[in-house]
Design a binder for this molecule. Sequence first.
Ligand code: NAD
Ligand code: ZN
Ligand code: ZN
Length: 416
Amino acid sequence: MRRNCWRPCLSLASLRGIHGLTRRAYSLGCETGELVGPMTAGHVLPCRAAVAWEAGKPLVIQQVEVAPPQAMEVRMKVKYTSLCHTDLYFWEAKGQTPLFPRIFGHEAAGVVESVGEGVSDVAVGDHVLPVFTGECGECRHCQSEESNMCDLLRINTERGVMLSDGKSRFSINGTPINHFLGTSTFSEYTVVHAGCLAKINPLAPLDKVCIVSCGVSTGLGATLNVAKPKQGSSVAIFGLGAVGLAAAEGARIAGASRIIGVDLNPNRFEEAKKFGVTEFVNPKDYDRPVQQVIAEMTDGGVDRSVECTGNINAMVSAFECVHDGWGVAVLVGVPNKDAVFMTKPINILNERTLKGTFFGNYKPRSDIPSVVDMYLNKKLELDKFITHRVPFSEINKAFDLMVKGEGLRCIINMED
Ligand code: NAD
Ligand code: ZN
Ligand code: ZN
């Protein structure tokens, strides 16, 4: 009886401009907030989303309509989301192509509400993490053990529509709103390609493992899967935000004996101690390039470095601070679209390796369930990444914190 109220609420809502009614539908329709399954499948769902209308302007929480998933798509109820610096870059749109109005958000956890035709890997009620880069399972990249750069579903920051029909699933009074990274998790419901969803252990607390959906996996994988430091080696981490500290966590797990944290923000250093960072360098404290400082500290350079800033100068320093002969540098930060990487070719000839990675080389569907299991098995700590929590209605606070460089991850509770 209670759940039956959802359909009338949907049609009334469309007649009456709907925000209040939607909230009422939640409270009547399902006390747990789990509006999933046949009651809603196939319907356009009105819900709250945080819409970015202009670069750098506060997001507006308002009613949007979310169309049902098409073939190979899934509509999920987002339970928790968090803010990653990539959202901030594209919202600020200083060094990126502006695309507005848009619903940002890509680090999240939720529950499958309904599935489109042909989806067999996930079912209604499954717990899932959306991932900004996907895994079709068929292409040469998906078949390769080395790559996670799926031909079909690899990260695309410029696209604001779904792949299948080139249309958005979000609208406000008929005006389409752009997607972001195929995830758009700053909405109570979102539509995602099935290949961009990792099905996870339902015992995992969604308010924690949501950070595995981007930042933690990206940093952890950049070290464990790409830099691959040996036991007892030295690793420099540039940028001690959540991604960089997850990279430090990877270095700790790999058995690195020296983990050198580099950041311009001295407030980061205290927090970084909890992640096993053993030494700190603030480039501002020196009148010579930071790569030179690190080479002096390490008898010629570190064995591995992982760059997690997005700053082009830090990328060059991260490369030039690795030891010749065997050093490997891994770029993770998302640069301005016009940035150009410049170094003397001799630095490469001297047998240094430069690599880059999206999402830590993890394949979302195949690999991410086991990263969640690492947390459940106490091999990976997540709590220390979570420094703030806000209700969805206060999502702009999460942006303020990141702009000020305060805290690591801020979890946004979609049901508050
Ligand atoms: P964050 O803002 O929390 O942390 C970035 C840190 O870098 C800050 O502490 C900042 O002070 C520091 N920093 C900035 N410029 C620096 C410089 N020149 N030298 C030293 N430190 C500097 O961001 P985050 O969410 O941890 O993300 C880090 C980067 O990783 C961003 O560029 C983000 O877009 C990118 N990212 C990439 C992927 C990927 O798959 N490749 C995935 C997620 C995030
Ligand atoms: Zn991210
Ligand atoms: Zn593929």
